[in-house]
Design a protein around this ligand. Structure first.
Ligand SMILES: [Zn+2]
Length: 226
């Protein structure tokens, strides 16, 4: 198994997508995005990457040899096929990678506020257990850079499901979606030692695309392959 989280460097896109933008839907030049995707494929050493058209919902696809290069209306995918790189694109949402080293199964999930509220990570874990006979204690979790509670200010109506994961600072409400996501996974039996999470806040750290900070910008990726 190999995995990586890209940053905004090493690609060919021009501002405001400079330079390793991996998303086709942000009005970047599609030829630049295709080149960037080739660069990512080289980095992870696979010639087949699968992307999702992510819509902040909880639809999960099982990826097979017959799967198209882009899955529509999908926010998570699971596979046991060797040589396929599963990609999740983000710019503040949390890219989550999953790995069962016993059953040799990988997965990715796109977890923003709505995905975490829909419990998308747990749904992926349950699907790995149901469809691939994974055991929960064998599943490792890698959470990449995302927006943290230092920067994730929301309106009052966005606090639903996050009552215990919010704080108020100078009359503004901030959410900690990562903490809720981790707590939810621990509740269904994921082992604490099997969770690694990035300390990087995308909105604070200029090395990463941040929709909250920059608006029109690119997307970086979490990618995992067997
Ligand atoms: Zn921050």
């Amino acid at each position: 198994m190999r995995y990586l989280f890209s940053d905004r460097f090493g690609g060919v896109s021009k501002a405001p997508f400079a330079s390793l933008n991996l998303a086709l839907h942000v009005e970047d030049d599609f030829r630049d995005v295709e080149k960037n995707r080739e660069i990512l494929a080289e980095k992870i050493e696979t010639n087949r990457l699968i992307f999702m058209e992510q819509i902040h919902k909880d639809h999960i696809e099982i990826v097979t040899d017959a799967t198209a290069q882009e899955l529509l209306g999908t926010d998570a995918m699971i596979s046991d096929i060797k040589g396929i790189g599963l990609c999740v694109m983000v710019a503040d949402c949390i890219p989550i990678l999953f790995y069962d080293s016993i059953k040799k199964v990988i997965a990715v999930a796109h977890a923003g506020r709505q995905g975490v509220a829909l419990n998308i990570a747990n749904k992926v874990i349950e699907s790995m257990i149901h469809n691939f006979a994974s055991k929960v204690e064998n599943i490792e979790i890698f959470m990449g850079p995302g927006i943290k509670s230092c920067c994730y200010e929301v309106k009052k109506d966005a606090i639903e499901c996050f009552e215990n994961y919010s704080h108020v600072h100078k009359d503004k409400i901030y959410l900690d979606i990562e903490k809720k996501c981790i707590d939810d996974m621990l509740k269904i039996g994921i082992v604490q030692e099997n969770i690694s999470s990035s300390s990087i806040c995308t909105c604070c750290d200029q090395r990463y695309f941040s929709y909250r900070r920059d608006g029109k910008t690119g997307r970086f990726c979490g990618v995992i392959t067997l």
